[in-house]
Structure formats: C-alpha cells, structure tokens
Design a protein around this ligand. Structure first.
Ligand code: NIG
Ligand code: FE
Length: 413
C-alpha cells in the first residue's frame, strides 16, 4: 500500500486520540507534538508522533514531504455558512454606513428578501458555479469541512433549487459538506401578515419534498424578533424532526429572543450567533448538550457587540466558531479571520479559538469522526503554515496570509 510521510513538522497541532466535545477549561487544552512526523494512507491519517520515535514502517512510503519549519493543523470546520447565494449586497453595506440598521434594511424589503428575489431568477447551474468558486476559495483558506444552508429561496421551488445545488456541492466537493434547510429564514412579503400560512407551506410542502429527495441533514430557523418567534421555531423544528432533520438554530443575534431556550428544549445540535445573551440564557446553554456557535465576523460586520465568549466558556458552555459566510452580515468565509477576531476581541486564548474552530466545529456538524483533529482514521485535511515563530503568531498576525499549503484527502490542492 502506498503512503505519504511528512517529516520534520515543527508543531503538529490538535493531535489527539481521545477527542470529545470540549467545554470549560478543557477548551484551552490543545495537544501539540513538536518536531513530529505524520503518515497518510488512502486519504487518511494512519500514524503520527515525534520524529525521534519514527521507525520505518513496513508499508511502502511512496512520497516524503519535508515540513521543516512548518506548523501543521487540522483544517477549519466551518459549521455555519450561507455559501449559496445569487448576488452580493454591497449596496446595503453602504446604506448601513450611511446610518440604516440591519433590521431597518430587512423591514424595507432588503436583506434576506433582496437575496430571495435574486435566487428566484437564478438557475441551478449559475448558483452551483458561483458557490463552487467560493468553496474553492475557502478550501485554499484552510476550510476542510463545511455546512451550507438554504434560506434565500422562501418558496418551495426556490428552496428546493438551493438545496439541490447544495446536494451537488456535497457530491462534487473534495471536503465534507452538510446541508441545512432554512426555509424559515424570514417571512416572504405575501405572508407578512399570515405567519401561519407560511409555516404551513414549510411543514406541508417544503419538508415532505426535501425528505423525498433527501436534501437536508439539519433544520434551521431564524428565531428573532421580527422573524420567527420561539413558539414558531419549536413548531417548525418538531415537524422537521419527524423527517430526521436535527435542529441547528439562528438564536440571540439581535435580541434575547428565546432562541437558545428553544434550541436547548429541542436538544438542538447547536444554537448559533449569540451576540445578545443574558446570564440566565448563558446558564441554560451551559447546562445543556447543545453547542453554542459564535459567529464573530457577523457581529463585526453589523457593528454589534461581539459574542461574550469568555462568559460562555467560563460558564461551561461547549462553544464552536464559524464564519456565517453570507452576503448580508458576513461577506467573508475566512476562518483565519474568525479565529484571530475571537482572540483579539473576545479574549479567547489561541488554543481555545483553534479548538473551537476545529474539533468543536466538527462536532457542530457531526463530523467529529472524520475531521477536526489529527487522529488516526480521520481525513488528512491539513493546513501547512508558512514558517512562523509560534502557534500564537497565527491569530496575532491577523492581516497576513500565513497558510503555505492546504492538503485535502492527503493531496495538496
Ligand atoms: O446568519 N441572521 C440571519 N441570517 C444570516 C444573514 C442573512 C442575510 O442578511 O442575508 C445571518 O447573519
Ligand atoms: Fe447565519
């Protein structure tokens, strides 16, 4: 059997066999092997350790890569994106500079509704082509697993169109992709005064069609004032759970919305955003199995206070970090920036941020057995840094591209 040997790795980061969802003090525990080797066979990590312990295995090493001076990390696991969209929205970005709020733009037919208009007229092929390009860019920035949501369709036809594009991405992508149905992203204009009417469409039309084509792994709802209430969120999620979709919810972005409580009551995989948290809500999350996924670039882009990461971690919540890549609130899917921002503005330790963006991110899309750490049997989806003095340098030097190469399935891309 042919194998790839990587030698002289300055630091092999997040190398562990006992991977579990990290919370509290454990989040700062990032195992690193200095001066390490790594062996890859058939796309997967099969062995690793200290260089001095390396003995020539019986298997044929067909390729040797000298990683002298380089730090090797597991690729980022981006557990929350809206990667499929038809057009950027920089006009709204300028409106916000001039003083409009995100909520005001949404209320006047911009925002999500603006993206929905563009999805309605785009073809599946066009949407696939633009999403594919974005995905390639993200992989080069070190993303090695990703979740992608629908939610700019808002009609049965367009939601199915988005989900079919995501399915195609899943089939063609070199990295693992998970699909989330977010039909409950906002109320289409014609249902503005008839919430139950749209919820009926979601439950009676969209969900059965999605299940029939097996288009989604997760159900998401934007639980927020002016969008979906806690009760509406629970109704929609429960209906989706009948089809085997597990909840991952947009919660507590703009208001203390009850979204976190809804997620915890539903035993959701994750509740995402968390810009607006009070102590009672943090306590509820800390006592649960639900992951709190923080999206700092969305808070940054909307000029909102960033997520209270310290409070969440110190209370014992299991937190992940994701990009929220979307045209309205986070037009960047660069996880390196997410990690930097978490350290600089949310006071996460570099070790905590890296764990939250790798192993805990993998748990947030149930891919912890495939990716998220350097472990035997996991995919060789790896970031090779340029020569840098330390691991801390990575979030510290926030403006530099410190990635030399990215390896996906054991091959450099
Ligand atoms: O996660 N908050 C809701 N949904 C997206 C933004 C959607 C948009 O503005 O297009 C988010 O931030
Ligand atoms: Fe989002």
């Amino acid at each position: 059997m042919s194998a790839t040997l990587i030698t002289n790795i300055k630091m092999l980061v997040n190398a562990r066999e006992d991977y579990k969802l990290l919370r509290g003090n454990d989040l700062a525990n990032l195992p690193v092997i200095e001066n390490a080797y790594l062996i890859i066979e058939h796309k997967k990590i099969v062995a690793y350790g200290e260089m001095e312990d390396f003995v020539h295995h019986t298997q044929t090493i067909t390729e040797v890569i000298d990683a002298e001076g380089q730090i090797v990390l597991p690729c980022w696991c981006d557990s929350h994106t809206h990667l499929v969209f038809a057009a950027s929205r920089e006009n709204e970005f300028v409106d916000k500079i001039k003083g409009k709020t995100y909520a005001e733009i949404a209320a006047s037919g911009g925002g999500i509704l603006n993206s929905a208009k563009r999805i309605a007229t785009a073809t599946e092929d066009e949407l696939f082509a633009s999403a594919w390009k974005r995905l390639q860019e993200l992989i080069h920035l070190g993303t090695g697993a990703i979740e992608i949501k629908s939610g700019y369709g808002l009609s049965t036809e367009s939601e199915l169109k988005m989900l079919r594009v995501i399915k195609k991405l899943k089939l063609k992508s070199p990295i693992p992709v998970k699909a989330t149905f977010l039909g409950a992203h906002t109320f289409p204009l014609k249902y503005k005064e008839n919430h139950q009417g749209y919820i009926d469409v979601i439950i009676n039309e969209m969900l059965p069609a999605i299940a029939k084509e097996n288009l989604a792994d997760y159900i998401d709802v934007f639980c927020e004032e002016g969008f979906f209430s806690k009760e509406e969120t629970i109704t929609i999620c429960k209906a989706a759970m009948q089809y085997g979709l597990k909840p991952k919810i947009h919660a507590n972005q703009l208001n203390v919305s009850g979204g976190v409580q809804a997620g915890v009551e539903l035993n959701a995989i994750s509740v995402d955003h968390l810009e607006t948290m009070d102590d009672a809500t943090i306590h509820v999350l800390a006592q649960s199995n639900t992951i709190g996924t923080m999206l700092p670039t969305a808070a940054y882009f909307l000029r909102m206070p960033l997520q209270p990461a310290r409070k969440l971690i110190d209370a014992g919540c299991a937190v992940a970090l994701a990009s929220d890549f979307n045209p309205g609130s986070s037009p960047s899917g660069n996880m390196n920036i997410v990690v930097s921002m978490s350290c600089i503005q949310m006071k996460m330790l570099p070790e905590e941020a890296i764990n939250a963006a790798t192993i805990n991110g993998a748990f947030a899309i149930e891919l912890e057995k495939e990716v998220g750490s350097i472990s035997k049997g996991k995919l060789a989806n790896l970031i090779f840094t340029k020569p840098i003095p330390s691991l801390e340098y990575l979030p510290y030097a926030f403006g530099s591209n410190l990635i030399d190469k990215v390896m996906i399935n054991g091959v450099f891309i």
